[in-house]
Ligand binder design. Structure first.
Ligand SMILES: [Zn+2]
Length: 445
C-alpha cells in the first residue's frame, strides 16, 4: 500500500497547519489551521464573512486546492488540539470534504464554536469526540488512536494512524511535561509500545528545535506566577495578570494564587470567558469558587467600575491583551477607555511572551509605555513554552524510532534546524528524512 504525506500548510511558516496522509485510495487530513497575523495586516478583514479562496490568497489558511490533484477520498479530518493555527480554517475548508471531524472533547467544543460563528459557509461535517487513549475505526485498513500528550492547551493528543505498513504519528504540537498542572503526563508507555510495533513515519513540530535542553514544565510557570503574586500579599494596589485565554492550566494557576492572597480572581474578556467556561462545563478544570468571569464589553466595564468602588486590593483581574491587541481588555484599561483608573504602584504581570512579529512588538510597546506613564510597574515573561526543545525531540525520536521523519510546523529555519538535528543522530535527508514545503508531497517507500 502506497503511503504519501502531503504538506498542505504550516511547512513554510508557524501557523495554518494542515497535512494529508494518503494510504492507498484513502486520505486522512490532520489539522486545518489559521495564520492570524496574515489576517491582522489587512485592517478591514472580517474573517467570518470571507471566502476561503480570498483567505488562501492572503496565506491565512492552507491552500488545499492541491488536494484536487491527489487521487483518493478523504475519510477523516483529525485535529490534534484546539489552537487556532490547528482548527481555525475548519469553518472555511471542512465542508469541501465528506468526512467527520475527529478530536478530543475540548477541541471538539472549540471547533463547534468556530463553526457556529461562520457566516459564509454551511459546515455540516459530523463532529466526533474521541478521548485520549481511545480508538476510532476509519475503514477496514485504517484505525485512529489518540495518545495522551501535553501542550499549552488542555486535551492535546498525539493522533496515531495505524496503517497496514505501520503507524503514522502526528506530533504537532507537544511538550514532554512530566509534571503538568492539569491532566496526566504524556503516555510514555504507550508511545514506547507504538515504537516497538513499528512507526513508518513521524510528522513532528519543530518550533523550538533551536533551544537546547528540555522545555521547562508548566509547574515552573506556576512557580514563577506564584512567586510574584504572593510577594504582594499585603499590597493595596492593583494586580492585573494577562495570559493566553486558551491556556487553561495557566489561568487556573493564576486564579489559585489570587485566592491564596485573599483576592477574588475575575476573568475579563470575550475569549477569556469562552475558553475557560467551555473547560469548566466539560469538567476539565476546577477553579476556586470565588472566581467569576465576564465576556462582553458592558459586563466587563460594569465589573471594572465595581472593582474601583469596592477596592482594587480585593480583586485580581485576569485579562486579555498580552500582545497589546487593540480592543483587548488590558489595552482598553491602559488607554483609559474603561471606568478603571490606573495609579502609581499598580502592577501588570505578563504571563506570556511576545509572539515575535513587528506588529505585536509595536502594540505591546505602546501598551507598556502608556502604563509606565501612569506609574505602573511591569512584570514580564512569567511564562514557559508549550513546545518541545531539542532534548525533548531527542527523547521522543528514541521512544518512537520512526523509519521516516518529516519536520513540520515551522519556517525553513525550524524544519531545517530539525533536519540538521536528525542527521546528527543518524537520519539522512532525502532518504528517510524529508524537508517539505507547502504544496509538496513525499511518497514513503
Ligand atoms: Zn499549539
Amino acid at each position: 500500500m502506497d503511503i504519501e504525506i502531503i504538506a498542505v500548510g504550516g511547512y513554510n511558516e508557524v501557523g495554518r497547519n494542515m497535512t494529508a496522509v494518503r494510504c492507498g485510495k484513502e486520505i486522512v487530513i490532520f489539522d486545518m489551521g489559521l495564520r492570524l497575523d496574515q489576517v491582522m495586516i489587512h485592517e478591514d478583514a472580517d474573517i467570518e464573512n470571507m471566502h476561503s479562496l480570498d483567505l488562501i490568497e492572503m496565506k491565512a489558511i492552507p491552500d488545499d486546492t492541491i488536494m484536487n490533484g491527489i487521487e483518493g477520498s478523504v475519510k477523516a479530518i483529525v485535529c490534534s488540539h484546539g489552537h487556532l493555527d490547528h482548527i481555525g480554517a475548519i469553518p472555511k475548508l471542512a465542508h469541501r470534504y465528506n468526512a467527520p471531524i475527529i478530536s478530543t472533547p475540548y477541541t471538539s467544543e472549540l471547533i463547534r464554536q468556530q463553526i457556529a460563528g461562520e457566516q459564509k459557509f454551511g459546515v455540516n461535517n459530523k463532529l466526533f469526540a474521541l478521548k485520549a487513549g481511545q480508538r476510532y475505526t476509519i475503514s477496514p485498513h485504517l484505525t485512529l488512536e489518540f495518545v495522551r500528550a501535553q501542550h499549552s492547551i488542555i486535551d492535546t493528543v498525539f493522533p496515531v494512524l495505524h496503517t497496514p505498513r505501520g503507524a503514522v504519528v502526528y506530533a504537532n504540537d507537544f511538550k514532554l511535561d512530566r509534571t503538568p498542572v492539569i491532566g496526566e503526563p504524556p503516555d510514555f508507555a504507550r508511545l514506547r509500545q507504538i515504537g516497538k510495533e513499528g512507526v513508518i513515519a513521524l510528522i513532528t513540530e519543530s518550533v523550538n528545535i533551536a533551544d537546547n535542553g528540555r522545555c521547562p514544565s508548566e509547574k515552573i510557570a506556576r512557580d514563577l506566577v506564584r512567586d510574584t503574586i504572593t510577594s504582594y500579599e499585603d499590597d493595596k494596589s492593583a494586580l492585573f495578570v494577562s495570559t493566553f485565554s486558551s491556556h487553561i492550566s495557566r489561568v487556573k494557576s493564576i486564579a489559585e494564587c489570587a485566592h491564596e492572597i485573599g483576592r477574588k480572581p475575575v476573568l475579563l474578556g470575550r475569549s477569556m470567558e469562552r475558553y475557560s467556561s467551555a473547560a469548566e462545563q466539560l469538567k476539565l478544570v476546577g477553579f476556586p469558587e470565588s472566581l467569576s468571569m465576564f465576556g462582553n464589553r458592558r459586563t466587563v466595564d460594569r465589573t471594572l467600575r465595581r472593582i474601583m468602588k469596592t477596592g482594587k486590593d480585593k480583586f485580581l483581574p485576569i485579562v486579555t491583551g498580552h500582545q497589546g491587541e487593540s480592543g483587548a481588555i488590558l489595552t482598553r484599561i491602559v488607554m483609559g477607555d474603561t471606568p478603571y483608573k490606573l495609579e502609581k504602584g499598580d502592577k501588570i504581570l505578563f504571563s506570556a511572551k511576545v509572539i515575535p512579529n513587528p506588529m505585536n512588538r509595536g502594540q505591546r510597546y505602546l501598551v507598556e509605555a502608556r502604563a509606565k506613564m501612569a506609574g505602573v510597574r511591569i512584570f514580564d515573561e512569567l511564562h514557559v513554552s508549550g513546545h518541545a526543545y531539542k532534548e525533548d525531540h531527542y527523547e521522543f525520536l528514541h521512544l518512537l524510532n520512526p523509519q521516516h521523519v518529516i519536520p513540520s510546523h515551522g519556517d525553513i529555519s525550524m524544519t531545517g534546524g530539525y533536519a540538521k538535528f536528525a542527521e546528527e543522530i543518524g537520519y539522512t535527508l532525502g532518504n528517510d528524512l524529508h524537508i517539505m514545503r507547502n504544496g509538496k508531497s513525499v511518497l514513503i517507500k
